[in-house]
Write a protein that binds this ligand. Structure first.
Ligand SMILES: O=C(O)C(=O)C[C@]1(C(=O)O)C=C[C@@H](O)C=C1
Length: 325
């Protein structure tokens, strides 16, 4: 379902010199690499695996890469905190496109190891959260050890003296590394999907398509009754639908939070532009992370009174009042 990998999408990172250089959460064989490879042109680009989401984004900030691909949200486990936090601070970055990748996990071991021998298992925390119930039934004695990615766990398992007995990873990486697959499709929820985003430094925005998403980071202005309501009202009064809202601690002090929000529509749409202005009045430090096409191509629903025409007609009417009519 790598449905954002369509050819008409106009949003590519600007070339760095002549060659497009992509950073991604590595090593080779991560689901993130699969997401990157589904983007037109990425097969011919230079691809730099990074050991963490932060370092992938740092490569973009420092100019080593033109863009980075990182996971942002999973249909089972929700937001990827490392990405949400890294985008909320530091040099501003922009999301240029999103990619959806169906997720299937296998349990991989070194040849000859049986299910009953497994005392320790390693994978990415998001992957573990998606296979926890399967593990509780099938390897109940196994202790979980977190790894930087599913592929990093598989790579360590394939090397000399791994510090664990099994890895949860993508089927392809287990096969590539010569690991034995003891169980397939071990995710607790069928049809799990992870959403990845392509990130670059701010530049020209992708054109509106009628099926777009806008991502924002909004610090809660000041702690008072109704503060969150004031933020939400900006969206609802302009007919803007939210597809994701999460709160994350800013890390500054206990109780200090920001909201990470995905809203349907593009900043070039009058109702979204008006929403952003309203939000800026309430929370001037908000971050605009980009407007980009939806991977599922679902069209934004617009009611008659929040269409671009309705906003234009209202502007013209107000102008006429000011001109004495
Ligand atoms: O470890 C990987 O293979 C990744 O690409 C990371 C990641 C994630 O952060 O959610 C991506 C997809 C899966 O949901 C599990 C792990």
């Amino acid at each position: 379902m790598t449905s954002a990998a369509d050819t008409q999408a106009p949003h590519h990172p600007g070339p760095l010199g002549e060659t497009v250089v992509y950073a991604y959460l590595g090593p080779e064989g991560t689901f993130t690499e699969a997401a990157l490879l589904s983007i037109p042109g990425a097969q011919d680009a230079i691809r730099l695996p990074a050991p963490s989401v932060n370092s992938a984004l740092e490569m973009v900030r420092s100019g080593r890469a033109s863009a980075a691909v990182v996971p942002i949200e999973n249909s089972v486990e929700g937001g990827v905190s490392a990405t949400l936090d890294a985008l909320s601070a530091g040099t501003p970055l922009r999301i240029l496109r999103e990619v959806l990748v169906p997720i299937t996990f296998v349990l991989a071991v070194r040849p000859g190891v049986a299910l009953a021998d497994i005392r320790t298992v390693s994978t990415h925390t998001h992957a573990w959260a998606q296979c926890r119930d399967w593990a509780a039934v099938n390897i109940p004695e196994a202790e979980y050890l977190p790894s930087a990615s599913t592929a990093a766990a598989a790579v360590e398992l394939s090397e000399a003296d791994p510090s664990f007995d099994a890895a949860i990873c993508a089927p392809l990486v287990a096969q590539r590394l010569g690991l034995e697959v003891l169980a397939e499709d071990i995710g607790d929820v069928r049809d799990a999907v992870t959403r990845f985003v392509m990130i670059s430094l701010p530049g020209l925005l992708p054109e509106p398509t009628g099926s777009d998403k806008t991502t924002l980071v909004i610090p809660l202005p000041e702690d008072h009754p109704g503060a969150l309501m004031e933020i939400l009202e900006q969206f609802s009064s302009r007919g803007v639908n939210l597809s994701r809202i999460e709160s994350r601690p800013t890390g500054m002090f206990l109780g200090d939070y920001f909201f990470s929000i995905d809203a349907d529509g593009h900043v070039a749409d009058a109702r979204m532009a008006d929403t952003l202005k309203g939000l800026h009045r309430i929370s001037p430090d908000l971050r605009f992370l980009g407007s980009y096409p939806r991977a599922d191509h679902r069209e934004t629903e617009i009611s008659r009174h929040t269409s671009d025409e309705a906003f234009r007609a209202a502007d013209i009417w107000l102008e006429s009042l000011l001109n004495g009519y």
